[in-house]
Design a protein around this ligand. Structure first.
Ligand code: GDP
Length: 426
């Protein structure tokens, strides 16, 4: 039996998303691998934007700086919130261009997880390698998305081989493509052993978002079974908890497999690999499902550390703890000067006075409007809590890297780590 998956049922989140329903996500890629297109499709599929922007006609909504649009590369980090399946996904844009590696490092600090996008023809490229290493240094759990499966010469297996050889994680391939190159039209989900097939659409036209779920096509069932076994073997080798069930004739249940994949992602011992074609809007829904299923929430990651008068302080992701946040991006827009914040602990309310701290100075300022940025729109909030990514209007002294904290409980969050030398690209 085939079922049409109703997108509108999945485009929701809790009005005030609980901490474990938040995903602070970055998309990492070599320039041209498709980061902007993937971001764009995520916003489209989640209903955040209603018109699909195209990179080549300059209408993408995440790259809202005209300079950035003109150059066709993502220079300025910005954060966009969208909703998926009861979760809030905050997309933090990480610049992919090597010249802007300091910004990459700063945005990596505020992520809890990332999707690394690879080109299915080129595989791992130098910038994907350097950003991958930076993400390793910051302990950012990742899943991989092999994009452009519709291109001539696209090959998931060789892209996976290059991930294994050049990045050295254990790739855990959870999908089998249905069709190849121009005929790529769906995937077999090897965890649930179900097929997902996307509706045909005119190239470049606004997609219907139509995806149908059904049984694994007969012609692919043997290959899907073989690959499922390979996935189970790889998981059983890395995850002691899965070993017992693996040794039974039935092998791993979908539930155990998904649980093990989540654990391996969060420890960094394995990297879940998905595939698709962002341009054709194929593969985005299962990618979002994987983000929600496998990547951590702010409550799953270690508490942030800061200093006060030389002593160390630890702040857990608790809305009732003293307020502490890191400003990771300052952006002048028509709305005013936006300071993008990652809240690590506590709660801030509109109109509240906070301390803005840098290594040599502390000032107090009043929080003006608090905004959740949703592509080209802003939602006004009365408050923001630990784990949130928001933009605050009206702060004069905060700059990227400043700590914001409760005046009665001051601290300085860790000084940014200096970027490693990046691989230069000819
Ligand atoms: P970024 O530099 O990583 O942000 O990459 P972009 O999203 O700007 O994509 C670079 C180019 O690849 C653009 O011309 C896109 O239209 C194209 N592109 C992105 N995704 C796909 C895909 O899935 N298939 C194909 N054939 N082209 C794609």
């Amino acid at each position: 039996m085939r079922t049409e998956l109703h997108l509108h049922d999945r485009r929701f989140s809790h009005p005030a998303a609980p901490l474990d329903a938040v995903r602070n996500l970055g998309i990492l890629a070599h320039v041209d691998a498709g980061k902007t297109t993937v971001t764009e499709r995520i916003l489209y599929v989640t209903g955040t934007t209603h018109k699909r922007g195209e990179v080549h006609d300059g209408t993408t909504v995440t790259d809202f700086d005209p300079q950035e649009r003109d150059r066709g590369i993502t220079i300025f980090a910005a954060a966009v919130s969208c909703d998926w399946d009861g979760h809030r996904v905050n997309l933090i844009d990480t610049p992919g261009h090597v010249d802007f590696s300091d910004e990459v490092v700063r945005s990596l600090r505020v992520l809890d997880g990332a999707v690394a996008v690879f080109d299915a023809v080129a595989g791992v490229e130098p910038q994907s390698e350097s950003v991958w290493r930076q993400a390793d240094r910051f302990g950012v759990p990742r899943i991989a998305f092999v994009n452009k499966l519709d291109r001539a010469g696209a090959d998931l297996d060789s892209a996976v081989a290059s991930i294994r050889e050049r990045l050295h994680p254990a790739p855990l391939v959870v999908q089998l493509p249905i069709g190849s190159e121009d005929g790529f039209r769906g995937v077999v989900d090897l965890v649930r052993m179900r097929a997902l097939v996307w509706a045909e659409e005119a190239e470049g036209a606004a997609g219907t978002g139509g995806v149908e779920e059904g049984p694994v096509p007969e012609g692919l069932s043997e290959e899907a079974g073989r690959r499922r076994r390979l996935l189970e073997e790889a998981v059983a080798e890395l995850h002691p908890g899965a070993l017992e069930e693996f040794c039974t004739p039935a092998g791993l249940s979908a539930r155990t497999l998904a649980g093990a994949l989540r654990d391996l992602t969060r420890t960094g011992d394995g990297v879940v690999v998905l595939c698709g074609s962002a341009y054709r809007n194929r593969g985005i829904e299962p990618l979002l499902d994987a983000v929600v299923a496998y990547l951590p929430s702010p409550s799953d990651v270690p508490a942030v550390r800061g200093t006060l008068d030389g002593g160390e302080q630890v702040r857990a992701a608790d809305p009732d703890a003293p307020f502490a946040a890191l400003a990771f991006k300052v952006h002048s827009t028509a709305t005013g000067r936006l300071t993008y914040l990652r809240l690590y602990s506590g709660t801030i309310r509109k109109g509240e006075v906070v301390a803005v701290r840098d290594a040599n100075a502390t000032r107090t300022e009043r929080i003006g409007r608090i905004l959740r940025v949703q592509a080209d729109r802003h939602a006004q909030l009365d408050r923001a809590v630990a784990g949130d990514i928001v933009a605050v209007v009206g702060l004069k002294s905060a700059r990227a890297g400043s700590t914001l904290c409760a005046p009665g409980a001051p601290l300085l969050l860790e000084a940014p780590v200096t970027a490693e030398p990046v691989v230069s690209v000819a």
